[in-house]
Design a protein around this ligand. Structure first.
Ligand SMILES: [Zn+2]
Length: 270
């Protein structure tokens, strides 16, 4: 249950993750002995697909050709990747990195990680409600600045409230054992709610052992490491709820148009 509690990054994140989701000042080791341990990042020539604030939509960004001549020991070596929006050349995204003595970190970026992530989350607002939506955006904002425990507390609260919603549904199941549920740890609760939660979450419930651990015993690093898994679980649950929400909205509007059809004289089926 606690196996995945600490996820150490031994390798550098992919260029995409490093630019778009890794918080600023998160430090990664690179092989200092190699000619260039972060060659792939520094010399990146591909495209990235992300939200363009100026287009107010997703766009494909291409990197401007880099032509860096680095010194051999990478002491205080700062380099950047500048991307152009394929829709409009004046829309830019900039990511700045610093490499120093075998450690590389992202030291700046525009748009911010939160700006890149939030437009995708906006769709969940109707199923999450205003208060929890605010908490979710706050959690992501904190995590992007490396505030692990604070971010984790918000995320955990949202996760627990979604589990509680599933629990309320389960109460009407025939052989539901509520005492067992209430005494269970989070991993067991997820297992018992199998019918009311996304399959992926139930199958990977081992990842959520950390949710039964007191926040005061967790380090900033452990909270940041667990953050992506909890965020994913929340998004999966929300995807299901959103689907249900949209299905109901469609049924309602279908019922309304049928009713107005009838009212306007269609008496075929009296
Ligand atoms: Zn754009």
């Amino acid at each position: 249950m606690q196996a995945e509690k600490t996820i150490e990054f031994s390798a550098l994140p992919s260029v995409k993750d490093f630019c778009l989701t890794v918080p600023l000042y998160d430090r990664f080791e690179y092989d200092d002995d190699k000619a260039n341990g972060f060659f792939e990042l520094e010399q990146f020539e591909g495209t990235l697909d992300f939200h363009c604030p100026e287009c107010a939509g997703h766009s494909v960004f291409s990197v401007r050709k880099n032509n860096y001549t680095s010194n051999s020991h990478y002491k205080n070596y700062v380099f950047s990747l500048l991307f152009y929006c394929s829709r409009n050349n004046s829309h830019r995204a900039l990511f700045v990195f610093r490499a120093h003595m075998g450690v590389i970190e992202k030291i700046g970026q525009s748009p911010s990680v939160a700006e890149l992530a939030l437009p995708d989350l906006g769709k969940y607002r109707p199923v999450l409600g205003a208060e929890r939506f605010k908490e979710l955006t706050r959690a992501i904002g904190l995590a992007t600045h490396g505030v692990g425990v604070g971010a984790f507390v918000y995320l955990r609260r949202i996760f627990e409230s979604l589990i509680e919603e599933a629990h309320r549904l389960a109460l009407s199941d025939a052989e539901w054992n509520d005492d067992e549920f209430c005494q269970g740890r989070m991993v067991e609760k997820i297992g018992m709610l199998e019918k009311h939660l996304p399959k992926f979450l139930v199958q990977n419930r081992g990842l959520y052992g950390i949710l039964s651990v007191g926040v005061h015993t967790l380090s900033e690093k452990e909270c940041l490491a667990a953050f992506p898994a909890v965020r994913l679980a929340i998004e999966l649950i929300l995807d299901d709820l959103l689907e249900e929400h949209e299905r109901k909205a469609k049924l309602k509007s279908a019922a309304q148009s049928l009713a107005s059809l009838k009212a306007s004289g269609g008496r075929a089926e009296a």
